[in-house]
Design a protein around this ligand. Structure first.
Ligand code: COA
Length: 252
């Protein structure tokens, strides 16, 4: 449970809403836990035929809570469960994205089966800016979708992709007016909910190399964990908290 994740289930559609708009929907461990529980539970819940994920407020999500990155922290890291659930859930996943989708906000889209973008949507994967490495198998999936050089610019420099490019490059289905975003995603989810679920699940399974993806996630997670405690990353997190540019030249 998390007060910042709203969950509703009606007409076969499970809707997950990131709802922490004052912090740009930055994702905390509790929020990942609630999302992971909902995704994992969806496979065993016959009332769920399709899942929709979206964010409340101006932007989809600012990605992982940087304060929690900085704090490290013991205990379960629900993010690992969340990204694994994204890669393994059987039922179709639809995303509706307005404004920025930062970090895991972008990498989670690589696991969605249908992505609708508002015209102001921007996909950003600034892992190296934070002295980290990509996660959620994005270092495998993003280059395979959009090519190495585009993916490298996104990862290495945090270069944003606008909504039109995201569609042209195969990361999303369509761009709609911001006011039409939720209705458009819901309409598509309703169409999916009317389809034969067994055939949908079998088709999704055929389309995804789940074992390769989860194995790649494990390799990334190891490097991500090592980077999190590096002096470079500590400087990046401090700079974010102090609202200044990081100085990475002090590190060899
Ligand atoms: N983690 C924690 N808090 C975050 C956050 C994050 N990822 N992103 C935004 N916030 C907080 C800000 O600290 C600020 O909190 P405050 O009001 O208590 O000072 C609040 O959300 C509003 O953010 P702000 O930066 O003022 O909004 P903005 O519209 O100017 O910029 C972003 C929005 C998303 C561009 C900017 O917040 C940002 O770059 N965030 C970090 C993104 C990031 O690096 N995520 C990790 C990716 S791996």
């Amino acid at each position: 449970m998390s007060e910042h994740i709203n969950i509703s289930n009606s007409n076969g559609i499970l809707t997950l809403v990131m709802n922490r708009p004052d912090k740009k929907n930055a994702l905390t461990n509790d929020m990942y836990g609630a999302l992971a529980d909902a995704l994992e539970g969806s496979d065993h819940d016959p009332s769920v035929r399709v899942i929709v994920i979206r964010g409340e407020g101006e932007i989809f999500t600012a990605g992982n809570d940087v304060g929690e990155f900085a704090a490290g922290g013991a205990g379960p890291r629900h993010v690992t469960r969340f990204i694994r659930a994204l890669a393994t859930i059987a039922k179709p996943l639809v995303a509706a994205v307005q404004g920025k989708a930062v970090g895991v906000g972008t990498t989670m889209l690589l696991h969605c089966d249908h992505v609708v973008l508002a015209e102001n949507a921007e996909l950003i994967a600034p892992f190296v800016n934070l002295a980290l490495v990509p996660e959620a198998a994005s270092s495998l999936l993003l280059p395979s979708r959009i090519g190495h050089v585009r993916a490298f610019a996104m990862f290495a420099l945090g270069e944003p992709i606008g909504a039109e490019d995201a569609v042209t490059w195969g990361l999303a289905n369509k761009v709609v007016a911001t006011d039409d975003l939720v209705a458009t995603a819901t309409e598509f989810a309703e169409r999916l909910a009317r389809q034969p679920l067994g055939a949908l699940i079998a088709t999704k399974k055929l389309m995804r190399a789940t074992n390769t993806i989860t194995a790649h996630m494990d390799v990334e997670s190891e490097q991500f964990a090592a980077r999190l405690t590096s002096p470079e990353a500590q400087e990046a997190f401090l700079a974010f908290a102090q609202r200044r540019q990081p100085d990475f030249r002090q590190f060899a």
